[in-house]
Design a protein around this ligand. Structure first.
Ligand code: GLU
Ligand code: ZN
Length: 494
């Protein structure tokens, strides 16, 4: 057992359900899940849906569906319940109201009546004078008279947390010791003027009540940590929290042009990976490499292997680059690792409408079973299966102009005629014999195999690239193969 955790581990994954999950969020879920499993701890799944306008029920359902698809499980949370239910913040509003009141009663939070215009003006003045530009503590200790004046003016206050005037130091599990001086962490809002509690309050309050021991989350939340630590201390004094959790901030994920991958970037959308036919295990394997690696730098591994090896102290604080090519390569390896039956089953969605261009009745199960092993070794993502096997189920091969232009050269008609002749008398139970036939045709026309097979491939499959040709011809069958060569010859003659 590692030194990080001796007491029972309780971690949480607590996204706001705003639409389609992005890969950064999945990486955070994965590291929390792996950490919990590695330490035989508890993963709490909490929905941070206090922002009612943004968080629709549909987003919530999408989020759950995505997490299930990825194969995550959680010990407490939606659908499974637990001792700290409910796990949706929208159902916990009374708790936050109560805690906000207790903080105010204890003098740890106060009403701030400053208007946005006033705050802006004072911030600009402070900046101009080269002073810290955060909230200046204006309302910290208002007199009863001043409060009456503000109320008479019709101002509605927000609630602000009173930061202690002290330096805050903590040891980040990924970044080591970090220090924030008091002037850089001003008093901050915890409840809006309309009474709505903010993330700054509800997130640490729930972490405290749910007895979270380790907070693993993205680096973008690092600046909120000193504020939250101060809030925990107040909650401990009030008997609401037992302990301050340890924090580990996971590195940024960078996209194209070395810019932070944002949830608005299309390539960060989980749905996109799902629709393209990434395997959950391939995608998770790749995402685990964004800040972490298995010893020996082995790139392809199972989630069980990751869980067994995962130490938060091994996470690299430097930004990680999202590399789609590598993600695809790792996914391809996972596709190859499936047993064939599993592979054929996982391809099923792409063999039907709306992906498949053939009529359902033209699909041929025996041909599919025969071709599947050849496809399995060549796909990067499952959605590629459709184009790779459509020649078997379409009445005529697709018309790919670029392929046709590339393969059909001067003399291709002569080559195709010879190839047809040789194929006619070949042994159609042996791909080797079909290869010999095309090889022999090539020799007659002074062409190596690669050049000789290109027009045959385009005539039969419509494309210059695809599955191993002679196995494909065998599976398609003699009659159809020869008819397609005839059709190509007719087209060349026209
Ligand atoms: N709901 C917050 C988010 O999605 C959680 C942040 C945290 O882990 O503290 O950004
Ligand atoms: Zn104020």
């Amino acid at each position: 057992m590692s030194s990080v955790a001796s007491a029972p581990v309780r971690v949480r994954f607590c996204p706001s359900p705003t639409g389609n999950p992005h890969v950064g969020l999945v990486r955070t879920a994965l590291f929390n899940w792996a950490f919990a499993k590695h330490h035989q701890g508890t993963l709490v799944f909490r929905i941070e849906d206090t922002d009612a306008a943004r968080d629709s029920e549909e987003s919530y359902n999408q989020l759950l569906d995505s997490l299930r698809w990825l194969g995550f499980d959680w010990d407490e949370g939606p659908e499974v319940g637990g001792p700290h239910a409910p796990y949706r913040q929208s159902q916990r509003m009374d708790i936050y109201k109560d805690v906000a009141q207790k903080l105010q009663d204890a003098g740890r939070a106060y009403h701030c009546y400053c208007s946005t215009a006033e705050l802006d003006a004072r911030r600009d003045a402070a900046r101009a004078a080269g002073k810290p530009s955060g909230y200046d503590g204006h309302c910290r200790d208002l007199s009863a008279e001043q409060v009456e004046v503000y109320k008479a003016e019709g101002r509605t206050p927000i609630v602000r947390f009173r930061m202690p005037d002290e330096t805050i130091t903590f040891t980040d599990l990924v970044r080591g010791e970090l220090t924030f001086t008091a002037e850089n962490v001003p008093d901050y809002g915890i409840v809006r003027a309309n009474g709505a509690p903010l993330y700054t309050l509800v997130n640490p309050v729930d972490d405290a009540l749910m007895e979270i021991t380790h907070v693993l989350r993205g680096e973008d939340l690092l600046s909120s940590t000193p504020r939250q630590i101060a809030l925990y201390k107040a909650l401990i004094d009030l008997g609401i929290a037992k302990q301050i959790p340890s924090f580990g901030h996971l590195p940024y994920v960078m996209g194209e042009g070395n810019k932070k991958l944002s949830k608005r970037d299309p390539e960060s959308s989980l749905n996109l990976y799902r629709e393209r036919g990434f395997l959950p295990e391939g995608l998770l394997n790749y995402l685990s490499l964004l800040g972490w690696s298995l010893s020996g730098d082995r790139d392809v591994f199972s989630m069980d292997e990751m869980v067994a090896a995962f130490e938060i102290s091994d996470v690299n604080p430097n930004p990680a680059r999202f590399d789609l090519k590598k993600c695809e390569a790792i996914n391809a390896d996972h596709i190859r690792l499936l047993d064939v039956k599993d592979f054929t089953e996982r391809c099923a969605p792409w063999l039907r409408a709306p992906f498949a261009p053939w009529a359902p009745e033209d699909f041929d199960e025996a041909k599919w079973q025969a071709v599947a092993p050849h496809a399995q070794t060549r796909l990067k993502v499952l959605s590629e299966i459709t184009d790779n096997v459509d020649f078997l189920f379409l009445a005529e091969p697709v018309e790919d102009e670029a392929s046709w232009a590339k393969a059909m050269k001067e003399g291709s008609d002569a080559l195709l005629r010879t190839a047809r002749e040789k194929l006619e008398s070949a042994d159609w139970t042996s791909p080797e014999s079909l290869k010999e036939a095309v090889l022999a045709a090539g020799e007659i026309h002074g062409l190596k195999l690669g050049k000789a097979q290109a027009p045959v491939r385009v005539a039969v499959t419509g494309r210059t690239i695809g599955l191993p040709l002679f196995e494909s011809l065998e599976i398609l069958g003699k009659e159809k193969t020869l008819a397609r060569i005839d059709a190509a010859l007719a087209k060349l003659a026209a």
